[in-house]
Design a protein around this ligand. Structure first.
Ligand SMILES: Nc1ncnc2c1ncn2[C@@H]1O[C@H](COP(=O)(O)OP(=O)(O)OP(=O)(O)O)[C@@H](O)[C@H]1O
Length: 270
């Protein structure tokens, strides 16, 4: 099994302010992982480090930030190995590319662009890959539908398919169910499960414990720019740990292999 993410002792600071401190994080191929943290805990910053949008801050101690065994990547080449789905990407398609069809949205994954341009002539193989990615997610019926006529859930799936045009090893999904209603959310979780089962390593970044699906056996809790706990999901997602990272007393329940969270209730018997 190769290591997808190998961070040791990584810091990230903006000017003098540390946003991430001493981060050590290891995700192996096939190790479906949830990264959970409260607002402001550093999740987006961590994603930017994984995504090579940011580089670790220099420090006078040994540190390592390797993605698939390399310290540096050309972002377009990294995209062919690790797909990234963010709400920012969704918004950009939604606001700037409403005229695209579902198929064109998916095809744009080959170019890393938001739209398609006349000089970008695509090959029959690229067409096949785009259609195959849509088929894999059960969204072939969206190939002719315009982005500005899609529901949030439909566009989100097209953006996932866009990442799948390459034979990626892993997919990083940043709060992927934002804006989805209950049915679309459940549907999306099933889609993530099927990706995980098909061998794509799923890295889910969220603050919703209910989204942690059965195949996710590895959990990382981010708190105040550091890693509060990491390891086997069922051990890490405890009431005690979540109470710390969300700064309120919580209880965790597990039923049918899914987690839910409750405010802590204590009873005083006299
Ligand atoms: N460009 C920046 N310059 C300075 N501080 C920043 C910058 N980006 C983020 N921060 C700070 O870093 C901390 C972590 O932010 P980050 O966006 O990574 O958290 P998050 O866990 O993704 O939050 P949320 O769940 O609300 O999206 C916050 O205190 C934030 O204000």
């Amino acid at each position: 099994m190769s290591m997808i993410i190998d961070f040791q002792n990584v810091d990230l600071r903006y000017e003098d302010e540390y946003v991430l401190k001493n981060i050590s994080l290891h995700i192996q191929e096939g190790q479906h992982t949830v990264i959970l943290g409260a607002n402001g805990s550093g999740k987006s910053t961590l994603i930017k480090l994984i995504n090579c949008e940011l580089y670790p801050s220099y420090k006078n101690e040994p540190f390592k930030r390797e993605i698939l065994g390399h310290e540096r990547w050309v972002v377009s080449q990294l995209r062919q190995q690790i797909g990234v789905v963010t709400n920012d990407l969704h918004s950009r398609f939604s606001f700037d590319a409403g005229y695209l069809s579902g198929f064109e949205t998916v095809l744009s994954g080959f170019y890393g662009t938001i739209g398609l341009f006349d000089h970008l002539d695509h090959t029959p193989e690229q067409t096949q890959s785009a259609l195959h990615a849509m088929d894999r997610l059960g969204i072939l019926h969206l190939q002719h539908k315009r982005v500005d006529q899609m529901s949030t859930g439909e566009l989100r799936k097209c953006i996932v398919a866009r990442a799948l045009v390459h034979p990626i090893k892993a997919i990083l999904l940043d709060e992927p169910t934002v804006g989805l209603d209950i049915k679309a959310q459940l549907d999306f979780i099933e889609m993530m499960r099927s990706l995980a089962r098909s061998g794509t390593t799923v890295i889910l970044v969220t603050h919703h414990i209910e989204e942690v699906f059965e195949e996710i056996e590895h959990a990382i809790l981010l708190h105040a720019g550091g890693i509060h706990a990491s390891g086997e999901t069922s051990a890490v997602l405890s009431g005690a740990n979540l109470s710390v990272i969300f700064n309120t007393q919580l209880e965790v329940q597990k039923s049918h292999n899914r987690y839910s969270i409750q405010p802590y209730h204590f009873s005083l018997t006299l």
